[in-house]
Write a protein that binds this ligand. Sequence first.
Ligand code: GBH
Length: 486
Amino acid sequence: MLGKSILFLTLTILGALADKKFPDTFRFGTAGASYQIEGGWNEDGRGVSIWDTFVHTPGHVKNNATGDVASDSYHKYKEDVAILADLGVKLYRFSIAWPRILPDGTPYKVNQAGIDYYLNLIKELQANGIEPVITLYHWDLPQHLEDLGGWLNPQIADYFGDYARVVYKALGPYVKYWVTINEPGTTCTCGYGQGIHAPGKSLVGDGIYTCAYNSIRAHAKAYRIYEEEFKKTQGGKVTLNIASSWYYPKDNSSSLDQLAADRTFEFNPGLYANPVFKGNWPQIVIDRVANRSKLEGYSFSRLPVFTQEEIDYINGTFDFFALNIYTSSIVEYTDEWPISQPTVWLDQGTITSVDPSWPVSESSWLTSDPPGVRYLLNYIQEKYNPGEIIITENGWSTVPGELTDTSRVAYLKGYLSNILDAIVDDGVNVTGYTLWSLLDNFEWAEGYTQRFGIISVDFDDANRTRTYKDSAKWYKRVVEARAIVD
Ligand code: GBH
């Protein structure tokens, strides 16, 4: 009798699970980025980017791999779109290579061949009922602009604005979703802080903040240009995207750990989200950097000060929240670190770790904690009230050649079902999800040692043959059912 009722209960719960559907307002998709997939690095008038320079200098990337050919999507985009169509997805997020459009980054010379490539890609997508979500900047800065100081040069905001205008003009009639800058936090931390990404600068005490300041100003410029010159006729939406983990306090009952978790949020996603969604840097960041700068002997704060005019110009430059979420982190309070060589991590002043029970991917930084995404979505909705949230990246890395990618399916199943709960049970307005990534691709400093694709790419084959992994077959069924399937 008991056995029967348990069976009945189980079936009822399973039935309810299968009934839980992603609403019509929600669209599935996949994502990628120009330098990671295109190749064709010196074809048809494309200029040189900081990643070309970085990878062509030995010692920067595992096995000295390059994106010269990458997944060859510059030539194989039609095949890629056919895969997207087969998967049944409705969104495809890709980025524009700035030096393909403006070879040296400046608008005096527009490379029509570059524009045509993206026009053709968009045409192919739309013929298959797939909507483009376009990132203007996913890290391939024209080398000429880096020679001028890159993201440390305040004028980068004007250069970026001019570039954005050229792209809006050429592609805007066909595009409704724009992301200005992909994860400025990663550019600033990895490119101008740790030096592990192009342009390879290690400026951990101040360069990261200068880069953050200029990235936010550049984003705002591109947003305002769209708003003033294109929005009325093109009717699209613009935002920047922000990578965030979910931050748990180490001890739930410790208010100091809770304080530390909040502070870690503000020093990472908050540094970029606050100026755009609320106005100015997070106060806790302003206070802490000013205080430590003073103790270090500075007469000013290492965190650049926004003028009131800048605060007003930047505040509100979003039409939705674009979130990249991969993992969670556990945060512990600690006493103030002693004064020594300044770094943003000393400014933050917390201890972070991961739970040993969380599955670890091929990339050691990436562990799986599915409930984290539900907490984070609720937190973002509440804190920033963005109206609409699109998850522009979420994914998992496995070893090269693995087609039976059980760990990726487990990861995606966990994250997607928590996203579904956030939408259905908590009422968070998530309208899209572009899984990272469609294809195996050039994973930055890791080269080709880690594979994020749901489609495998054979990088030893000149043809860059594409093969479905189990996760792609699974995702296709999810998209079709609009529900979590086994
Ligand atoms: C995304 O960043 C990127 O937008 C995308 O291009 C990339 O392919 C994808 O992730 C997968 O990595 O080496 O320990 O210092 C996600 C945020 C920030 C996570 C940099 C990895 C380096 C960690 N990433 N971080 S470590």
